[in-house]
Structures are given as C-alpha cells and as structure tokens.
Write a protein that binds this ligand. Structure first.
Ligand code: AMP
Length: 207
C-alpha cells in the first residue's frame, strides 16, 4: 500500500504511522525525521536549520529530492507510508509525477483531525528518548525513569502555534487536492492511541 498521512503537528501521525507500518510491513518515510537526522549530522545548511527551528517549511525541491531517493530504495518497492510529505500542492504534484513515472500511484491519503488546543498540549508535553527514538507524553504516556529525554526545539508553544498556522495555510489547498482525486479519508484523531488506531485501521480496510 502507498499511503500518505496528513495531519497537523502533534496530531499523532508519527505514533499511528509506526503501528500501521509494522502491521503492513512497509517503511515509514518521514521527511521531518530525515531532515532532523541531516541536521544532527551537520548536513543541513544553516538557513534550512533556522527555518525548521522556527516552524517554517524547507523548500519544496529539498523534500521532493529526499522523497524521490528514499521511495526508490528496495524496502519501499511494495509500498510505504509518507508522514509529513507532501505538505504543499507542488509537493503533491511532484509526488504524483514521480509515482506515475514508476507506473504506481497512491492508494489513500489519511488526514488526522485534531483541534488546535489539543495539538498544543500534546506537543509541549511530547518528549523523545534519544537512544530509542520512542516518543512519550509526560502526562498520558510517561517515559521510563532511565529514558534520555529530548524536547524538540520546534515543540515549544509559540513555535507549535506557528507550525499549526503553517499547516492550516497549507492544507487548505492540499486536502481539496486529494479530495478531488477521490483519495482523501478523514479520521478523527481525538482519543487514546488505541482508539485512533482502530479508526485508522478501519479506514484502511475500506481502501
Ligand atoms: P515534522 O516532523 O513533520 O513536523 O517536520 C519538522 C519540520 O521539518 C517542519 O516544521 C519543516 O520545517 C520541515 N519539514 C518536514 N517535512 C516537510 C515538507 N514536506 N515540506 C517542507 N518542510 C518540511
């Protein structure tokens, strides 16, 4: 299956994506994770690091190139889940072109719906264990005592609000783009991880 996962920052895309990918044996391809890895390795130019830290988007051509290369790897031959890409209509168009050239296409675009106040609360309490990459919520899914916790720079409240605004501005065009093509399925992202997983799996079964 070729799945795109769309949702605002803190909607639970990453958490749900990991579950879906392990059930379907497909790789989770996250442009955010790839960009953070490049940044950690000192491979991301300073102006792009600054854009990320402020919650802005990096240029389309940078992420289109990343996705083109990652989805041509062997483990993505039978499917993948894109998490955080596309975020703009030009990215969505580039993705369609890329898949068309390979004689494939997307199966579904899942959009997770979560209200803004809940997003902010999720992001400011979100912590990642540096050693395992496991994501925790300080209130609802507390980490073990030996975790080496990291709070993403772009998960601070003012930055999260900016990221939500950037997301809303972008999806106002992206969701209709996929709706017109009959690919969009909206899923209520409010509830426990298990509740949302049930909804997502039910949506995928209908595809
Ligand atoms: P994420 O982990 O998906 O929230 O992404 C973190 C940050 O990486 C975003 O705030 C952007 O700065 C950058 N980024 C990730 N994916 C994209 C994309 N598809 N287009 C542009 N910027 C992106």
């Amino acid at each position: 299956m070729r799945i795109v996962f769309v949702g605002p920052p803190g909607a639970g895309k990453g958490t749900q994506a990991k579950i879906i990918c392990s059930k379907n044996h497909i790789p989770q391809v996250s442009t955010g994770d790839m960009l953070r890895a490049a940044k950690a390795n000192g491979l991301l130019p300073a102006d792009l690091v600054a854009r990320m830290d402020q919650g802005g988007l990096v240029p389309d051509e940078v992420v289109i190139d990343l996705i083109g290369r990652r989805t041509s790897e062997e483990d993505a031959a039978n499917g993948f889940l894109l998490d955080g890409f596309p975020r703009t209509v030009p990215q969505a168009e580039a993705l369609s072109e890329l898949l068309e050239k390979r004689g494939t296409k997307l199966d579904v675009v899942l959009a997770l719906d979560v209200p803004e106040e809940l997003l902010v609360e999720r992001a400011i309490f979100r912590r990642t264990d540096k050693r395992t990459g496991q994501v925790y919520h300080l209130k609802y899914n507390p980490p073990p005592s030996d975790a080496e916790l990291e709070h993403r720079k772009d998960d601070q409240e003012d930055v999260v609000r900016n990221r939500v605004r950037v997301y809303q501005a972008m999806t106002s065009a992206l969701l209709p783009f996929y709706a017109e093509r009959g690919l969009l399925v909206q899923v209520d992202g409010v509830g426990s991880v298990d509740e949302v997983t049930h909804r997502v799996l039910a949506a995928l079964e209908k595809v």
